[in-house]
Structure formats: structure tokens, C-alpha cells
Design a protein around this ligand. Structure first.
Ligand SMILES: Cc1ncc(COP(=O)(O)O)c(C=O)c1O
Length: 434
């Protein structure tokens, strides 16, 4: 089947004249896929429709936002009602407290929370709080983890930054980068060695508890606990960046899933119900350093925007109904078991944790960023283009995660399996014939 993308191509040709690269976020550009991006018209549940009228089963979920599926009727209705009453006041609204109470109720590590407008802002602010609280500067992160595009966090980062192949993006002063140390993921020796030499300088360790921005790469046994133990021992803070894992790995996110309590948690994506929301929260004594209570300044004109708060609240309320996480876990397990059986016949591996997964074009399951870099990116791109023709929309990069969501039906997931099987046999036809 050929994919008819005439309207998408035209839309892209026009966009490129006005917007750098035609996109407002580089990973959308399909650069590593070897074709121009699709432009979308609408989405409902787990089906995306592009401007040419092609439908796709959505496994990208707007990079992890739409855990409930697109345009959930109850969220949409609540948002419309809120919009009609005014969209911003630059002053507090009860919706902010409503969502704050819900977040605190769901996430065990959070005693207090503050809302911002993106995951980047959430991480940037949490790091500032950690530095303000500890009076220290050094931030420790891990190669291939992505924590948004704030200056200090772009060192050896994953996601779209990984595609640039650069250690540090131009525009970030080297002096800033010196405030961050990036270590190999899943390397306990490297972490211990750094704490032994510079432990008293470390303000915080930040980690994606399930890294998803170098593709899904699970933490090895005991690795997250080691981070908890060392940060406690040396008086540094542990930040779980749960922008992707929050409200997904469990009701209380990855911290609850793994039974580890960080000092600070950053949130984004799901929490905004499709609107631009991020949040950071954690220990009360740490959060109380924030202005106007304490000296650490942080602010935002549209922070806690009432429309976004309403969408976030109803999203979390719906996710928090009895059985939702249990059903999602069962559905994901069954789907991923079948997917594994398919990919096992090819030189491709599946990494998954809960409902998050990546197919790596690599013979061995990657355990860190260096190993992910050894993937066959050409075959990934070929697979991806073939998969689009099968009507399945994965995240368009080898360095990203895909998601089973609450709205996926068994039938849709079966179509995804068929699509993956066909796309793989197209790329590796010779394997089938052997
Ligand atoms: C783990 C993680 N942290 C932070 C961010 C940044 O969030 P945003 O793109 O909303 O700024 C992302 C974005 O993908 C992310 O995956």
C-alpha cells in the first residue's frame, strides 16, 4: 500500500518557509525516518487522522501525553465549560488546589506541588530548588536521559538531542555544562566513584526511573536504590523525573512502582490532559524554600492555568477509577508478550517496562546509551516507513518510547501486531525465507 501524503507534503512545504525546519519541536520532523512529517487533522481514542484522511493506530500518544486516549468526552466537556468562563486571570483559582490535592493524593512522594507549563520548566525549577535547599551546585544525570531543554540538562542528553550526536548543544556555555556531570546509566561503579570524590558538592541526582528518551532502557536491579542510598548518605537530593512515568507506571508513578521515595518528583505530559502543564513537588521542607515562602524564586504568567488544571484534574480523576491501572497492566502484558514472540524471529529486541516499550534494531537488549547508539538506524527508518503504510504510528525515532494506553482496544492492538509483523518481514524478508 502506498501512503498518500499530498496534503501533508504541501503543509510541510508551507510550514518550512516560516518555522525553522517546519516544526516547533525537532523530533516531529521525521528527520531520522527519511521522509517528511505527517500533519494531523484530528484524533479520537487511539486513532489519529492526518490531513490526507489516513488513519493510524497511535502508539506515540503525543510522546506519552494521551494515556486516556485522545479527546476523552468527559475531559473535553469539562474543558469547554471552563473555557466559557474565562481562560486566564493571572490570579489563583480553585482549580489549582483541586489538581494539587489530586496529585498529592496519588503520588506518595509529594507533600506539596507547584504547577508550571512544561516538563522542561518542571525540571529546571526542581533543580533550582535542590540547589537552593542544599546550597550546592553539582547536578548528576545519566547519559541518554532527557530532562527537557534547559541549559544544564542538555549534557549527553537523549531524545531529539541524541539525534544531533553532540555532547552539548551549541548555545549552552561550557561554564554551565560544568555544573552537570553525566554518568553512564546502569553503572553503579561510576556513581559510587563520583560520590566518593565529589559527594559533598552534589546538590542532586536526577534520573528517569524508567529511561524512555534513549528508547526504554530499564534500570538494572538495585540501581535506583543505590541512588537513593548514596544521595541520603551524602546529603544530596534524589529527583525522579517522572514526566513520562508519572501516573503511567502506577497510580503513584514509578516511585510507587519500584517502592523508592525520591525527595523531588517532576511531572508533565499526562498531568495536563493534553494541555501544556508540568509540575514539581516533593518533601514539604524542600518545597518550602520556594518564593513567596522562601528565597528560591520561580514563577510563570500562565502557571496553573485554569483550563489546563481542569483538563488535568479530570484526566487524573478518570485514571483513578477502580481497575484502570490493573486493566492497563494486563492489556500491556498480553500485547507485549505477543510482540516479543514476533520480534524474536528478527535481529530486533524489545525492551519494556509496564506499558512502555521500544523495539531496538539491535541483536542485544540495550542497557545504556552507548549500546542504543549501536542500533541499525537505517533499518529502523525502513521499518518505520513500512509501519506507517500499515496504519500504525510509532514514535518516530529509535531513541523514543511507545505506549499502550487505556483507550487501545484488543482489536487495535491486534492490528498493531499484524502491522509490525508485516513491516519487519518487509525489512528482513530474507530471515523469513531462511
Ligand atoms: C523525562 C522527561 N523530562 C522532561 C521532559 C521535557 O518535557 P517538555 O517537553 O514538556 O518540556 C521530557 C519530554 O519529553 C521528558 O521525557
Amino acid at each position: 500500500m502506498e501512503l498518500l501524503s499530498k496534503q501533508s507534503k504541501q503543509a510541510f512545504e508551507e510550514a518550512i518557509r516560516y518555522i525553522p525546519g517546519g516544526v516547533n519541536s525537532p523530533v516531529r520532523s521525521f528527520k531520522s525516518i527519511g521522509r517528511s512529517p505527517l500533519f494531523f487533522e484530528k484524533a479520537s481514542g487511539s486513532v489519529l487522522t492526518d490531513v490526507d484522511g489516513n488513519d493510524y493506530i497511535d502508539m506515540c500518544n503525543s510522546w506519552g501525553v494521551t494515556l486516556l486516549g485522545h479527546a476523552h468526552p468527559e475531559v473535553t466537556e469539562a474543558v469547554i465549560a471552563r473555557v466559557q468562563k474565562g481562560t486566564t486571570f493571572g490570579a489563583p483559582t480553585p482549580e489549582e488546589t483541586l489538581l494539587a490535592k489530586k496529585v498529592i493524593d496519588m503520588v506518595p512522594a509529594i507533600d506539596m506541588v507547584r504547577f508550571v507549563s512544561s516538563g522542561t520548566e518542571a525540571v529546571m525549577s526542581a533543580v533550582r530548588v535542590a540547589r537552593g535547599f542544599t546550597g550546592r551546585t553539582l547536578l548528576v544525570k545519566f547519559d541518554g536521559c532527557y530532562h527537557g531543554h534547559a541549559d544544564h540538562l542538555l549534557v549527553d542528553a537523549g531524545s531529539g538531542v541524541a539525534e544531533t550526536g553532540e555532547h552539548l548543544t551549541p548555545g549552552v556555555p561550557r561554564e554551565f555544562a560544568q555544573c552537570t556531570v553525566s554518568l553512564p546509566f546502569n553503572d553503579p561503579k561510576a556513581v559510587k566513584a563520583l560520590f566518593e570524590t565529589r559527594g559533598e558538592e552534589i546538590a542532586a541526582v536526577i534520573v528517569e526511573p524508567v529511561p524512555a528518551n534513549m528508547g526504554v532502557v530499564p534500570a538494572g536491579s538495585g540501581f535506583l536504590q543505590l541512588l537513593r542510598d548514596l544521595t541520603t548518605q551524602y546529603g544530596a537530593l534524589l529527583i525522579f523525573d517522572e514526566v513520562i512515568t508519572g501516573f503511567r507506571m502506577s497510580r503513584g508513578g514509578a516511585g510507587q512502582y519500584f517502592g523508592i521515595t525520591p525527595d523531588l518528583v517532576t511531572l508533565g505530559k499526562i498531568i495536563g490532559g493534553g494541555f501544556p502543564v508540568g509540575a514539581f513537588g516533593g518533601r514539604r521542607d524542600v518545597m518550602e524554600v520556594l518564593a513567596p515562602l522562601g528565597p528560591v524564586y520561580q514563577a510563570g504568567t500562565l502557571s496553573g492555568n485554569p483550563v489546563a488544571m481542569e483538563a488535568g484534574y479530570h484526566t487524573l480523576r478518570l485514571l483513578d477509577q477502580p481497575g484502570v491501572y490493573e486493566d492497563l497492566a494486563r492489556k500491556a502484558e498480553s500485547f507485549l508478550g505477543k510482540l516479543r514472540a514476533i520480534v524474536d524471529r528478527y535481529p530486533v529486541t524489545l525492551n519494556s517496562v509496564g506499558p512502555m516499550f521500544t523495539l531496538f534494531f539491535h541483536k542485544k537488549n540495550p542497557t545504556n546509551f552507548e549500546e542504543v547508539k549501536g542500533c541499525d538506524f537505517e533499518n529502523f527508518a525502513w521499518f518505520y516507513r513500512s509501519l506507517l503504510k500499515e496504519g500504525v504510528y510509532f514514535s518516530p525515532s529509535q531513541y523514543e518510547a511507545n505506549f499502550v494506553n487505556v483507550a487501545h482496544t484488543e482489536h487495535q492492538l491486534r492490528l498493531v501486531l499484524i502491522g509490525v509483523q508485516r513491516a519487519l518481514s518487509y525489512v528482513y524478508g530474507y530471515v523469513d525465507n531462511m
